[in-house]
Design a protein around this ligand. Structure first.
Ligand code: AMP
Ligand code: MN
Ligand code: MN
Ligand code: MN
Length: 281
């Protein structure tokens, strides 16, 4: 029998919409046997998810998806098997949270200069009600105000690069993200490498640096990945002797959830990262 695994998911502690226990319930309904919760820059949902998974008889892996910068590009580094009490990890996440809050406030300042937002700053409620504010929250608030048709439209009109509400952000570097994950006993996974706007040469350099600073794996299996991308990532993992990880990057029901991860179906010659992760109580 195959294990159904999903090592990349979000809850409402970051920009997902489900509570951790609801996420676990949905995963159980979909017969997921091994689940990691990997909220953006926070471990706040892990305790609830772990307890729900224990009740459901599901193996749970404590995770986090850390925002990092590399050559002006924003990267996401998933940490799996992390100890959320580790002080180095906690400090790193606290710093990211500060950066996020000031960025969202700066986005609010920019939007308020526009007549559509003068009396209704969508960032105020986001900052007041969200533990880990992301631009996705702001986009949803703009949609709720009727100033965009969808979150994508909100990015296209207001928040994306070149738009009035765009505020660039420098994130702590790749090495510091990997170091925080490793300090907490976790494995670092380069999330969705095919989604970065990098040439194949640059992606190769990124993999070299990632491995050199202690990275363990690439996400090689995600929903809606083209056969071409899948082959490219499998090749990269093999070339750089990085293990492979798989996950849905689930955020909300209604958007495609594909509990991936028949682990046996990772590409040939790519070692499953799951084999290196210790079972957690
Ligand atoms: P943040 O971490 O606050 O920069 O928010 C990042 C999230 O916003 C990403 O995970 C995406 O889901 C979403 N996002 C960023 N840029 C865009 C874009 N141009 N179009 C749609 N969604 C975007
Ligand atoms: Mn997200
Ligand atoms: Mn991501
Ligand atoms: Mn994600």
């Amino acid at each position: 029998m195959f294990d159904l695994i999903d090592l990349h998911t979000h809850s409402h502690h970051s920009d997902g919409t489900l509570a951790p226990a609801q996420l676990v319930a949905l995963a159980a309904q979909r017969h997921v046997q091994v689940l990691a919760l990997t909220d953006h820059d926070t471990t706040a949902g892990l305790a609830e998810a772990a307890a729900a998974a224990r009740d459901a008889g599901m193996r749970f892996i404590s995770g986090v998806e850390i925002t990092a910068g590399w050559r002006g590009q924003e990267l996401h580094i998933v940490g799996l098997g992390v100890d959320q009490e580790n002080p180095a990890l906690k400090n790193h996440l606290a710093h990211l949270l500060q950066l996020r809050r000031s960025r969202i406030a700066a986005i609010g300042e920019r939007l308020r200069r526009n007549s559509s937002f003068r009396d209704a700053d969508p960032t105020a409620a986001v900052l007041a009600s969200t533990a880990v504010p992301t631009r996705t929250h702001v986009a949803r608030a703009i949609v709720a105000q009727g100033l965009a048709k969808s979150t994508q439209d909100a990015f296209d009109r207001w928040l994306g690069r070149g738009c009035k509400g765009h505020v660039p952000q420098e994130w702590p570097d790749l090495a510091s993200a990997v170091a925080a994950i490793r300090a907490a006993g976790g494995h670092a996974v380069l999330a969705h490498p095919h989604r970065y706007k990098l040439s194949s040469g640059a992606l190769g350099n990124l993999c070299t640096e990632f491995k050199d600073c202690g990275g363990s794996a690439l996400e090689v299996s995600l929903p809606a990945m083209s056969p071409n991308d899948a082959a490219r990532l499998a090749r990269l993992a093999r070339q750089h002797a990085l293990a492979g990880s798989a996950g849905s990057d689930f955020h909300e029901p209604g958007l495609a959830w594909r509990p991936l991860g028949r682990f046996a179906k990772l590409p040939d010659g790519v070692e499953p990262l799951l084999a290196r992760l210790q079972d957690q109580p």
